[in-house]
Design a protein around this ligand. Structure first.
Ligand code: AKB
Length: 322
């Protein structure tokens, strides 16, 4: 059932979210506005997202709504970005299970039944856990997460690979690190502090950070995230040894290191550190990632370092907020 590389009609679930919103706009640029359908659960889309191409409200846990959108637009490719992230998932594990597992199952079953060409199913550094090696975390390693989000990500990777092997559904996925971006705020993640800190630095010159100063996590700037996502989807399937679980590295820095970098542009910026329940989640994740499989199999290479990302974030957000 793995078909040709031609991609005609794309559906993005979770299109109003942090990654989905920017991914949808880039896919519309590449495939044409009318060929990329944005699907969101309840949040109203921005004018840009809502007016530039088709938008549908729908819930991935409802198979019928998914099927009707796939049929209505003759969809052949799905970027399944809808998910409940780590922090929100610990507040409501039942909802995280429902959206992340049943939603994924529905997308994979729809892909099988409608013979879709290709499906993107994101995983996360949350697939790792406290017993995983923290530095240069290998592609193949211990996957024993301690959050519901992480549990659904490990199960999701396995399920996606199962659909590839058993049914020939061409599913691909990346273990995203924390994503930093200036367009849409993240919602409910543990790495959200690395975005919030920029808004607070620009708006109020101070920030109360919910993880310790020495907390180091893998991160990535949105342009690299979008490139990685689209590049993996365009990769030659015959060159892929992995499918749904690519480690993806770009940046790794501490919360204090990020504050120092921001201070180079906003010298009066101050940060206090008041760790909450998300500290334990952060402590269970890797600090740096070995992404050599992604580099070897489909040519992954990030372009933003900490200094370049920080400068771009401050320029973009200052233009938006000030
Ligand atoms: C989160 O913090 O939950 C997400 C992720 C790393 O998957 N940003």
């Amino acid at each position: 059932m793995v078909k040709s590389d031609e991609m005609k009609k794309v559906l993005v679930t979770g299109a109003v979210g942090q990654i989905g919103s920017e991914l949808t706009m880039e896919l519309r640029r590449l495939h044409g506005n009318d060929n990329v359908v944005a699907m969101g659960r309840k949040t109203k889309p921005s004018d840009e997202l809502g007016n530039s191409g088709p938008f549908e409200f729908g819930n991935v846990t409802d198979r019928e709504s998914l099927d009707s959108i796939i049929k209505k637009y003759d969809i052949d490719t799905v970027y399944h970005m809808a998910a409940i992230l780590s922090g929100a998932g610990e507040k409501n594990p039942q909802l995280a299970y429902d959206v992340n597992m049943n939603g994924l199952y529905n997308v994979l079953e729809a892909a099988r039944e409608h013979e879709l060409t290709r499906v993107m199913v994101p995983s996360s550094i949350a697939a790792f856990g406290p017993s995983t090696p923290k530095e240069n975390t290998p592609q193949e390693t211990i996957l024993k997460p301690t959050t519901m989000y992480g549990v659904t990500k490990v199960a999701g990777e396995l399920l996606a690979d199962y659909y590839f092997k058993r049914f020939g559904v061409d599913v691909r996925g990346l273990r995203y690190p924390g994503i930093i971006s200036s367009e849409t705020l993240p919602g409910g993640g543990t790495t959200d502090y690395a975005v919030e800190i920029f808004y607070e630095a620009i708006n109020h010159k101070k920030y109360k950070c919910f993880v310790r100063e020495d907390t180091v996590l893998p991160m990535m700037y949105m342009p690299d995230c979008i490139n990685a996502t689209i590049d993996l989807m365009n990769a030659d399937v015959n060159k892929l040894i992995h499918h749904s679980d690519f480690n993806l590295g770009a940046l790794s820095f501490s919360a204090g290191g990020l504050a120092d970098e921001i201070r180079k542009h906003i010298p009066e910026f101050t940060v206090t550190y008041e760790p909450d329940f998300r500290q334990a989640i952060a402590d269970s994740w890797p600090r740096t990632i070995d992404d050599s499989a992604a580099r070897a199999e489909w040519g992954w290479k990030p372009t933003y370092d900490l200094a370049k990302m920080t400068l771009d974030m401050i320029e973009k957000l200052s233009a938006k907020l000030l």
